[in-house]
Design a binder for this molecule. Structure first.
Ligand code: FE
Length: 150
C-alpha cells in the first residue's frame, strides 16, 4: 500500500499530493509512445539494472527532462557520481518538478520520486547525498532524457 509521505523527514522538495497531473494519457497511449524499457520504468515502477543506463556516466551540461512528458526535472550541475550505478542528483530542477510518495515495497521504506507533470516513476530519493542538500535523487536512466546545452 502506498501512502502520501508526511512532510518533515525530507526537505520539502516536491509537492506531496498533486491535485491532478497535467499530463494524463491512457495506458495504451503510454505504451505506444514509450520504448518498452521507458514504459516499464515510468509507468510500471520498474528499475533498470545498475550501471546499464546510458545516462549513468553522462557528464555533458544540460537539462535532464522526463522521458515521458519532457518536463524539466534536473540540472546537470547537480549530477554527481554516487557509485550506485544510477544517475544521481543532489537537487531537483525546481521545487515543484518532482512529487514524493512513501514506497513500502520489497520490505523497505523508501521515498519514491515521480514526475509532477505526468506522475511517471523516476526512482527514489535518499538522505545520504552530498552537500548542500544532503539528498540523493537516484533516478533510472530510462526515465530521463538529456537536453544538452547548445
Ligand atoms: Fe513526466
Amino acid at each position: 500500500m502506498k501512502e502520501k509521505q508526511a512532510r518533515g523527514t525530507l526537505r520539502a522538495a516536491g509537492r506531496l499530493s498533486p491535485v491532478e497531473p497535467k499530463v494524463q494519457k491512457t495506458d495504451e497511449e503510454w505504451r505506444r509512445e514509450l520504448t518498452p524499457e521507458q514504459y516499464r520504468v515510468l509507468r510500471q515502477k520498474g528499475t533498470e539494472r545498475p550501471f546499464t543506463g546510458e545516462l549513468n556516466n553522462a557528464k555533458a551540461p544540460g537539462v535532464y527532462r522526463c522521458a515521458g512528458c519532457g518536463a524539466e526535472l534536473f540540472q546537470s550541475d547537480t549530477k554527481f557520481d554516487s557509485g550506485s550505478g544510477w544517475p544521481s542528483f543532489y537537487d531537483a530542477a525546481s521545487a515543484d518538478a518532482i512529487v514524493e510518495e512513501t514506497d513500502r515495497s520489497w520490505l523497505m521504506k523508501r521515498t519514491e520520486i515521480k514526475c509532477a507533470e505526468c506522475e511517471g516513476h523516476l526512482g527514489h530519493v535518499f538522505e545520504d547525498g552530498p552537500r548542500p542538500t544532503g539528498l540523493r535523487y537516484c533516478v533510472n536512466s530510462a526515465a530521463l532524457k538529456l537536453d544538452p546545452k547548445p
